[in-house]
Design a binder for this molecule. Structure first.
Ligand code: RFL
Length: 393
């Protein structure tokens, strides 16, 4: 079998690339190890930046999102027992969209497979990449027949996330991988409870960071900083809600709405960046090429940014023989990746300094926070980075 592009992975990155290729009539196939139902229900991100929504809309991929997403214009920091509302839209004229990742993935699969007639193969096993520098191919085991299929292609889009195989297909020493470990973890929680505030809450507390993010009128995501490798089972219902109340508590704040916890996962906070994001005919996109700990809610946005660039570049190559997009791909992605990594690192200092046990870091962390509420210039710069709206792109 021969295809122009094999896309490995059906997350936001892979499905967006697939949709762009289908719209341009470029022959492609998407390979995914999980089932359709699994990827349509896997809970993860929820915040999409304005430019990313615009990018989806321009490619005909945002109809449901536009109809159903919530629009947020402010968040609230809580520290020192007080509440500080941060109205980022007033500072920048930009806002955030809240739209759960499983809904976006559902929209993208439907559009790719059911509307644009794209080829997608779920439940594939043992995906292997071959001859990336000469005559590329991707092979996999078909779970129903047990047979190995080989797909010869011109390009491989490596969109298989942080635990995929495409990054590992690059021989040692051919790319540089920069890594960073925050030395802490977050307990990621989903509660069957309505949001306790009309906006995102960040609690910066001596016990550690706590976060609150609406996902829908019935479901709320919460985060609690915890030690790396912590056992989620050591976090009982009462311990979780007690700690959330304490870390998010502030004068005049309404009580949190409690509910059953449906997800409890410990996420060790670390980042990496692969440079360049290209090896031979393999182009990495999304978490396969760079991981940003969910501290600043940037991962899905970066995945979409890469996917727009890669989809457009592959389509320009296939339809016009224009290779400028492919040649500039890695550089263009990495500018935004490094900008977001830097902001995430800065934010990590704010969120985790107070509980570091180091009084110096606690002092500088609170100074950074107070500056947001005493200097309009500092607040505007922060808001631009928070929204991914800095003008440098
Ligand atoms: P994905 O979404 O991981 O998709 C990769 C797909 O590839 C499949 N796969 C394979 N397929 C074929 N062959 C293989 N060998 C394969 N190995 C894996 C996987 O099953 C999967 O379907 O990567 P993509 O497309 O790069 O998208 C990245 C985003 O999913 C990720 O960055 C975000 O979820 C990160 N993130 C957040 N990002 C935001 O922008 N805003 C947020 O608010 C936000 N919150 C979060 C997050 C990530 C979280 N977790 C669980 C790490 C909250 C959490 C809790």
């Amino acid at each position: 079998e021969r295809r122009t592009v094999v896309v490995v992975g059906a997350g936001p990155a892979g499905l967006t690339v697939g949709n762009i290729l289908r719209a341009a009539d470029v022959d492609c196939v998407v390979l995914e190890t999980e089932s359709r139902r699994f990827i349509e229900t896997r809970p993860r991100a929820g915040v999409i930046e304005e430019w990313a929504v615009r990018g989806l809309r321009q490619r005909g991929l945002a109809d449901s999102l536009t109809a159903r997403a919530q629009v947020h214009s402010a968040c609230e920091f809580r520290f020192g027992g007080e509440r500080f509302r941060f109205d980022y839209s007033e500072l920048t004229d930009h806002h955030h969209y809240v739209y759960p990742q499983p809904l976006l993935v559902t929209d993208l699969v439907r559009e790719y497979a059911d509307v644009r007639g794209g080829d997608i193969r779920f439940g594939v096993r043992d995906v292997t990449l071959h001859d990336l520098e000469s005559d590329p191919a991707v092979s996999y085991l078909d779970p129903t027949t047990g047979e190995r299929h080989v797909l010869h292609c011109e390009f491989v889009a490596g969109c298989d996330g942080a635990r995929g195989v495409t990054r590992d297909a690059i021989p040692d020493g051919r790319v540089r991988i920069a890594r960073q470990d925050h030395g802490i973890a977050w307990l990621a929680l989903l509660a069957e409870a309505p949001p306790s505030s009309d906006c995102v809450l960040f609690g910066v507390h001596p016990n550690g960071f706590a976060g609150h993010m609406a996902r829908s009128p019935e479901v709320t995501r919460y985060y609690l900083q915890c030690p790396p490798g912590d056992d989620p089972e050591s976090w009982s219902h009462d311990r979780v809600w007690g700690e959330l109340r304490e870390r998010l508590g502030a004068a005049g704040a309404p009580p949190l709405t409690e509910g059953r916890l449906t997800e409890k996962r410990v996420l060790d906070m670390h980042d990496y960046v692969v440079e360049p994001m290209v090896f031979g005919r393999l182009f990495l996109a999304g978490d396969a090429g760079h991981l940003t700990a969910p501290i600043a809610a940037k991962g899905m946005n970066l995945a979409l940014h890469d996917a727009f660039l890669l989809g457009d570049a592959l389509a320009a190559h296939a339809t016009k023989g224009d290779d400028t997009g492919l040649e500039g791909y890695s550089h263009a992605c990495l500018r935004r990746v490094w900008d977001y990594q830097e902001f995430s690192h800065f934010l990590s200092g704010i969120y985790h300094g107070t509980a570091s046990g180091d009084p110096f870091l606690a002092g500088t962390s609170l100074a950074r926070l107070r500056r947001l509420f005493t200097s309009r210039a500092a607040a505007t710069a922060f808001a631009e980075q928070y929204l991914g709206a800095a003008a440098a792109f």
